[in-house]
Ligand binder design. Structure first.
Ligand SMILES: Nc1ncnc2c1ncn2[C@@H]1O[C@H](COP(=O)(O)OP(=O)(O)O)[C@@H](O)[C@H]1O
Ligand SMILES: [Mg+2]
Length: 478
């Protein structure tokens, strides 16, 4: 029983649309395991290709060589296969327009988001893409995606953080890098990003993004601002963004506005999802019109009813469907694909050597040196937590004359980036913004960042670094 049957079906009359119910079709064909059946329709819905497999064609999807993960010359990576053996590709870069992409990976817990994410992250390392990776599950999602300790060090991503504050620091770092590129490219008279000439493609990835964006999350509004702005402006500067999320509702993702543009124009992969989320994506018009997606069950294989009186029944575990998905912007959007099956069969103690192999040894690509001064220590020292946050966000402005104000100063709302840092984390002296402003006001001539640095450091206050001065100058420009 190894024959594959392929049926071509055509609508009887012009204008008719072929509709079907996967379960009913399977039943009519006498197939117990619906995974053995694949149906594709053409865009008009007038033709369909029905394939019947002897076994679930997606049971084993093996990556033979990690080198296959390298991005092709059209900016696509190979993430897995369709039922017919054809490659499922995900676009990370569009060489024609010079643009980075927006990636969205949706699925419920256990659907395979983080593992799919590792495939993508490994492909990024192998393709020369610098990655800032935030794992809001405290680093548990993809332990092998560990970050560099500093410039030039080994690692699988350039910078990994595992806290809300660290994630905010990353988002701002990405955003500042974007600002720096914008200025530098416009000075060069460039309208397009040219990959690796001289800057690398960069991706900001947030796993468990729902924890950052759901209602009541501490940095929801700020995070929404950065994600929207990076999504909008980053593309043409070679800076992409990717969100992996489990969400029952768009509200849990910073509201539907945040995601609308990403879903409409981004690269979307839907793993196993909740039906309410799916319904919402469809009714909100966020999926292509007329797109019918068969839900992905949790288990593959024949599921028969078992009577409690049936003694013959064996309680075997059914194979799971984790990693099965719809690649909405791929070649066959309504056909199931499956991500490469990666990692050791049994959980390993510590990092999984087979997953580490995907990334390969050595240092990952990094953010270009041209941005290092501006983005400062949060990235330079690969900080995380409140420390990372304080290193990159401008100090909140305080009332009165500041010096030694004793912490009670209220935050003014003018600084867009000022955020709900825990009270005790706030610096208690005159803010750097005040000091920079004082220097600028005292000088009529334009000053460059280094001159401002020298003057600020001469004012008797806490010594500061050039990176912080640049940061502050950017916020004054806004
Ligand atoms: N592509 C895959 N290859 C091998 N195992 C996978 C794959 N995707 C998921 N799994 C298995 O399923 C489990 C849950 O996947 P995970 O990626 O952590 O899901 P999520 O992030 O959506 O909660 C993993 O621990 C792994 O055992
Ligand atoms: Mg996960």
């Amino acid at each position: 029983m190894s024959t594959i049957y392929e049926l071509t079906v055509e609508a009887v009359e012009a204008g008719d649309i072929i509709t079907y119910h996967p379960m009913r079709l399977a039943a009519a064909l006498g197939i117990k395991d619906v995974n053995r059946l694949a149906v594709e329709t053409n865009i008009m819905g007038s033709k369909a290709l029905v394939t019947i497999y002897p076994h679930d064609p997606l049971a084993q999807v093996i990556l033979n060589d990690p080198q296959m993960l390298v991005m092709d010359d059209r900016g696509r990576i190979w993430i897995g296969r369709y039922h017919n053996g054809r490659p499922s590709l995900l676009r990370l870069y569009d060489p024609a327009s010079g643009s980075a992409q927006r990636l969205l990976l949706f699925g419920t817990t256990g659907a395979g988001k983080s593992t799919a994410g590792q495939i993508i992250l490994a492909a990024m390392k192998r393709s020369g893409i610098a990655v800032l990776y935030a794992d809001l599950k405290g680093g548990q999602s993809a332990p092998e995606a560990y970050g560099q300790a500093g410039h030039g060090a080994d690692g699988n991503v350039a910078w990994r953080v595992t806290t809300q504050e660290g994630t905010m620091a990353q988002l701002r770092t990405t955003w500042l890098t974007m600002m720096e590129r914008q200025e530098r490219y416009s000075a060069m008279g460039r309208s397009k990003f040219l990959r690796d000439r001289p800057d690398p493609l960069i991706y900001q990835i947030v796993d468990e993004a729902n924890r950052l964006l759901e209602k009541g999350a501490p940095y929801r509004d700020e995070a929404t601002f950065y994600i929207k702005d990076i999504g909008r402006t980053g593309r043409s500067l070679g800076i992409g963004i990717g969100l992996f999320a489990q969400a029952g509702h768009l509200e849990e993702m910073g509201g539907s506005d945040t995601l609308r543009a990403m879903l409409k124009e981004g690269e979307v992969v839907l793993l196993r999802w909740t039906s309410s989320m799916m319904r919402q994506l469809v009714t909100d018009g966020l999926l292509p019109a007329g797109m019918v997606l068969t839900p992905i069950p949790k288990y593959a294989g024949e599921v028969d009813l078992v009577s409690q009186f049936d003694e013959e029944h064996e309680d075997d575990d059914l194979p799971g469907t984790q990693g099965t998905a719809y690649n909405v912007n791929g070649r066959y959007p309504s056909s199931k694909m499956r991500f490469w099956n990666i990692g050791s069969d049994m959980p390993t103690e510590g990092l999984d050597p087979m997953v580490l192999d995907l990334y390969g040894p050595g240092a990952p690509p990094e953010i270009e040196e041209a941005a290092w001064d501006l983005i400062g220590d949060a990235y330079g020292q690969r900080l995380d937590g409140p420390e990372a946050y304080r290193a990159i966000f401008p100090e909140p402005e305080e009332d009165g004359d500041g010096e030694g104000a004793g912490g009670g100063g209220k935050k003014k709302s003018s600084a867009r980036a000022a955020s709900p840092v825990p009270e005790q984390a706030k610096p208690r002296s005159r803010t750097l913004r005040d000091r920079v402003q004082a220097v600028l006001e005292a000088h009529d001539d334009p000053l460059d960042a280094r001159e401002v640095l020298d003057l600020v450091n001469a004012d008797g206050g806490r010594p500061v670094k050039l990176g912080s001065i640049r940061n502050t100058l950017t916020t004054l420009k806004d």
